[in-house]
Write a protein that binds this ligand. Sequence first.
Ligand code: SAM
Ligand code: SF4
Length: 329
Amino acid sequence: MLKDIFNREINYLRISVTDRCDLRCKYCMKEKMEFLPKKDVLTFEQIERLVDIFISEGVNKIRLTGGEPLVRKNIEKLIDNIGKKIGTYDFKELTLTTNGTLLKQHAKNLKDSGINRINISLDTLNPLKYEKLTRLGNLRNVLEGIDCAIKNNIKIKINVVALKNFNENEFEEILIWCGKLGIDVTFIEVMPMGETDQYRYDQYLPLNEVRNNLIKKFSLENSNYKTGGPSKYNYFNKYDINVGFITPLSQNFCQDCNRVRITCTGRLYMCLGQEKYIDFKKYLNNDFSNQKILNLIYESLKNKPKSHDFIINKEVKPYLSRFMNTTGG
Ligand code: SAM
Ligand code: SF4
């Protein structure tokens, strides 16, 4: 079992399979992004080797993310190969975070490969606002993708990044829309990752007040529901859905952190909100044994910080130079 120096058990691995994406969400990327050369990105074999090592050490949940995981060529193959490992050691769940634009084409394969739950990022239900925010997106594709996922019995959670003066007037509508579809929803505070073309402070909307207002308006109940993540949940009885709030800035949650992340180039980050990493790419060839890699993982865990370093205020530019799409959200 993997543990850090604060005795937190690490049983959840997130892997960014690509930094590329078919959208350019304004809080995540610049309009003109330079993506990594393909040779820098981990191959499927390298990713699977890491997966094998992590699950042999008790990691029981893996999430594939990006960039947009579904834009990576032949991603079904990787998903299928990792899906086949479910049931070995304690590995229980393979899941995915996606923007949903390509879900229609992939939903059935995902289900067949053992994916029963996905997170879909959707910050507005207004087609024009969606197009504006994502710069390239068409809301209809996402809605059709959601429909397909539901038809294939994939459980969905919608992730909504709360953006000041952009979608704050839509939260009630989004909540009811999710309720009617019977899908959980989580609101997330914007994090100061990477320098986009937008001023971060102008995007930041603390969620405490939003949460209190939604609790009042919809009589949301207190809940002990947990998904092993940083979300704090309320229960929406009328529709039997969970409503989560992720508040890295306004209310720190790091004491329960159970995860580490691998970037698409093979860097292992102990924390989304911290710059320290170990680069595994050079160790993922036949010159190095799994034991060597494992020793490095143990070594890295000593660097897992007690809490993240995110700060957001008027004066400070994004604290971290990394973009969310490379590290994986
Ligand atoms: N492309 C996929 C998607 O959008 O779901 C997966 C990758 S995306 C980087 C993962 C999650 O990170 C999404 O829910 C996205 O909304 C969120 N995200 C991206 N940049 C963020 C930021 N600066 N602060 C908070 N969440 C962010
Ligand atoms: Fe792409 Fe996801 Fe970033 Fe949007 S949030 S630009 S969909 S990686």
